[in-house]
Design a protein around this ligand. Sequence first.
Ligand code: HEM
Length: 491
Amino acid sequence: QISELTLQSCLVFCTAFLLTCFFLKRRKNLPPYPAGCVPVLGHLLALGRAPHLKLTAWRRQYGDVFTVRMGMKDVVVLNGYTAVKDALVDRSELFASRLSSCLIEAMIGFGKDITMTPWGTEFRQRKRFATAVLRNLGMKSGTGSIEVKIREEASCLRNRIAEYNGEPSDIAHDVTVVVANVICSMLMGKRYDYKNKTFRELSQALSKTAKLGTGQVIDVFPLLRFVPVVNRPYINVLEECSKVRNVMRMEIDSHRENLDRENPRDFLDFCLLEVEKQEKVEGLTEENVMYMASDLFFAGIVTTTNTLLWSLLYMALNTDIQNKVQQELDAVVGEGLPALSHRSQLPYVNACLLEVMRIRPVAPLSIPHATTETVKMQGYDIPKGTQVLLNLYSLHMDPAYWPDPDRFDPGRFLDAEGNVINKPESSMPFGGGRRVCLGEQLARMELFLFFSTLLQSFTFRTPEGAPPPTTEGVFSLGLTPHPFKICAIPR
Ligand code: HEM
């Protein structure tokens, strides 16, 4: 009995000793740790539920470059314009990789798509190819053009919202539907009806994935994925992602059967043609096509939907700004539907959208990058293969560039003559450099057309007698507004 007890004590002691050694072992000359790092969990507890806020606060204490511990892993965090621009733009290739994780592997398939493919030839070829296809589809004219499709969806959304007759309503699902339909038209040449079964499955997949929440802890402690109950959010997300992939697989099959080689209609058609000419996009397989399509589906819907919801919420909370937007729309667009040709004549509308993306970037910490080489930054050494978080929120909230940064003020993006000023150095909602968002142009088109169509048709108000909705947001895979109700009063 004594020897069994001794053995157990030894085991506990050795485990504690190893954990402490591991915890204390820190690579030489890595940027400093903020306070609050505890064994095993590292900074997880200190980061809390709003890591973008905590990291931005730590910047004031620890400077632009520091290291946080996520469980046993060191993650370097870059803050502010100088450090973020250095990594994203000036030395883009040194910071352009991604690291695998069990969550990513299971959700998106590491290395098979674009977003989660490490820096290298395959990534460059796939991204170049997909960018060219989106540009090609964007340039289509006539009824098949992306602009026409977005405008059709904008009027569907307008009609749908009109049905609420100005009553307080949560319009998040309605917005998701139209944004998803733009992506589905572009990817597979079809739009879905609100009640369609496949579409309901797809939109359920989106909302469940966006609410992953505590499931992300599996990334830090992969063994938890085998622990019942704790692993539930993770299992849910896997099931939802596999549903999306099944839909994409079915679409690829039907596109292959109906492929008109002289007249590719959508993203899947272009991809299938490229798969046939394997020599051009080296190694592009149908499996990659399925992962790339799912990638665009997930990356393109939640981001645009949430930005649009933020913009409507800020309009409802800032009635004077909303009035100015409507006056500009009335003067320039009049009765007809807003079109892209109006964009350059609507500086205040553009400034509003820029300000929404500054104050509530939907990807405040971007997507984690990884170093491709050992890099020296501000006197520190960041080893090859280190995960790097780019704190875009710290740029957007930097009082050196944006006085009183928490105030919503579209005027920041206008010069004395009322023209839009581009300030890419201090506002980067789409990231930058080699890993810049692939859908930036599409997203900007959608935001402009949806936002101006809605503001032309309705005045948005917060429900009377209820406390005003919060603008704090929920941080999960991105920064989402808390569910809120809004009154859309027909104009
Ligand atoms: C990547 C923002 C819409 C596809 C990203 C990144 C950000 C971002 C911050 C990470 C950049 C980095 O890693 O440094 C946004 C915002 C959007 C939006 C704010 C809307 C308001 C879209 C749309 C699509 C899309 C509509 C597709 C149609 C992608 C893809 C990547 C990406 C594929 C990965 C690029 C890469 O790894 O090289 N986006 N995005 N995004 N986005 Fe977007």
